[in-house]
Design a protein around this ligand. Structure first.
Ligand code: GDP
Ligand code: GDP
Length: 437
């Protein structure tokens, strides 16, 4: 589901990251718990009064060396304008209005997006009067707060949530399989999308996505609709911030939020690099169905073992994605590109699959008989019963006598048993243990 986005903007050292961390907290994510996966903390999920939203810390967006410092604020503000539904403009109340604040304000005024002005570092109520001077920035009532101590952040969030667009304004086609092509720059994402659009019948004209310039393109084959998510983002080359790695990450994260299927595109020519792992980690964290698409297959020397070896390499480098199928394609020649939709359809079905509770419990019972659950201090883990609580991805709650008795390796064993029984090709599955006596 697409969540509204709040971007935190402001010059350096006003407390953007401090506020970001307060809003996003230390959310436990499966990616952070997965060895070998790194994650940039510039994009997180938050909630206030039951309203969920995404938060971007634009301060975390770094520029390439070639860009001058002077551009930094402008670029960050521009990204916020492009990506956000509401802009949270942060200033330092103890320093008063600075030239850099004026500079940010100038850019934001042209945005025609709601701006909430937060005056930070006013840790004590007696200091609140210091916020008045910020009226002159022209964004209405400045809200005094303290990112470090939490003071006033409630008022700030009330203002932010009030400015958010009302939920579910867009009317999404429930039956469409939504596909995002993700990967580092130059692996061939745009080429693949263009090739696919050239080969398949495009149903209707592209539709506006959630961000102002996101465009999703629908395709149809054999009565199934596919939606290519954020096709515009792929074509928007050459803008100043396209070169910023974290910006493309942001773009990918937004696309993943709205996708069922993530095609993680790798470049056969350059092989697998560190950044590919990060990209794949995001897809896993988003809970999408995942397939690896090895592109530029035309460009390398091959014999009958090349594909097999490449796949082995993928299994070595992405141990947390063993369930993801691998497909070798060429956007240049079109080789196997039309197969992509078949793969998307298959893994999307597993992603949305519901297993009957009775079958599930038979599998769990058999699993316990084959390999006894672990024990600690003379007590053994006992599994009472399990139930599937949601889809996309399939999520199971398993009731046990005591979760402390469980062990990571046993949960992985259970996952493998579920995969053996039900397939679940291409989809992550989640298992949550819960105590019940
Ligand atoms: P950013 O560059 O805008 O992301 O700013 P940071 O979040 O890194 O904060 C810059 C400095 O301001 C750090 O030393 C923070 O500890 C400090 N700071 C942030 N918020 C507050 C606050 O509410 N009160 C006080 N006194 N200091 C703060
Ligand atoms: P993106 O940044 O991931 O969207 O990558 P592009 O689609 O812009 O492609 C980057 C470069 O790789 C371009 O020069 C493409 O012509 C080239 N390229 C893309 N797909 C293929 C392919 O299948 N084979 C070969 N040989 N080159 C490709």
């Amino acid at each position: 589901m697409a969540l509204p986005v709040v971007a935190i903007v402001g010059r350096a050292n006003v407390g953007k990251s401090t506020l970001f961390n307060r809003l996003v907290g230390r959310r436990v994510s499966i990616v952070e718990d997965t060895p070998g996966v790194t994650r940039d903390r510039i994009y997180g999920k938050s909630e206030w009064n039951g309203v969920p939203f995404r938060v971007i810390d634009t301060g975390g967006i770094e520029m390439d060396e070639e860009d001058e410092m002077g551009n930094l604020i402008r670029v960050q503000a521009q990204i916020a304008i492009d990506e956000a539904d509401v802009i949270l403009f942060v200033v330092d109340g103890r320093q008063g209005v600075t030239q850099a604040d004026e500079h940010v304000a100038q850019v934001l005024r042209r945005a025609h997006k709601p701006v909430v002005l937060g005056v930070n570092k006013l840790d004590h109520v007696e200091q609140h009067a210091l916020s008045y001077e910020f009226y002159r920035l022209g964004f209405g009532e400045p809200i005094p707060f303290s990112a470090e101590h939490g003071q006033g952040t409630g008022d700030l969030l009330d203002a932010v949530v009030a400015a958010l667009p009302k939920a579910s304004e867009e009317d999404e086609d429930e039956d469409a399989i939504r596909i995002a092509f993700i990967g580092r720059p130059n692996v061939g994402k745009s080429s693949l999308v263009n090739r696919l659009l050239g080969e398949e019948r495009v149903m209707v004209s592209p539709v506006a996505g959630t961000t102002r310039d996101a465009v999703d393109t629908p395709l149809e084959r054999d009565g199934q609709t596919y939606m290519l998510v954020d096709t515009a983002g792929m074509r928007r080359k050459g803008k100043v911030y396209e070169r910023i790695e974290k910006y493309s990450v942001l773009r990918a994260l937004r696309a993943l939020d709205r996708a069922d299927v993530a095609f993680v595109v790798l470049d056969a020519q350059t092989g697998i690099v560190e950044q590919d792992k990060r990209v794949a980690g995001y897809a896993l964290d988003a809970g999408c169905a995942i397939a690896f698409v090895v592109n530029k297959w035309d460009a390398i020397e091959k014999d009958d073992k090349t594909a097999h070896r490449f796949e082995e390499k993928i299994r070595d480098e992405f141990p947390f994605l063993r369930f993801a199928p691998v497909i070798f394609v060429s956007a240049l020649t079109g080789q196997r590109v039309s197969r992509l939709l078949d793969v998307a359809k298959e893994i999307a079905e597993y992603h949305a699959m519901r297993v009957p509770t009775s079958t599930l419990n038979r599998v769990l019972a058999d699993a316990q008989v084959s390999v006894s659950p672990p024990s600690k201090g003379g007590r053994r883990l006992r599994i009472y019963y399990g139930t599937q609580v949601s889809v996309k991805p399939p999520t199971f709650v398993i009731f046990v006598n005591d979760t402390e008795l469980s062990h990571f390796s046993y949960e992985r064993y259970l996952e493998n048993q579920l995969r053996e029984a039900f397939g679940f090709r291409g989809t992550p599955i989640r298992i949550v243990l819960r105590a019940r006596d």
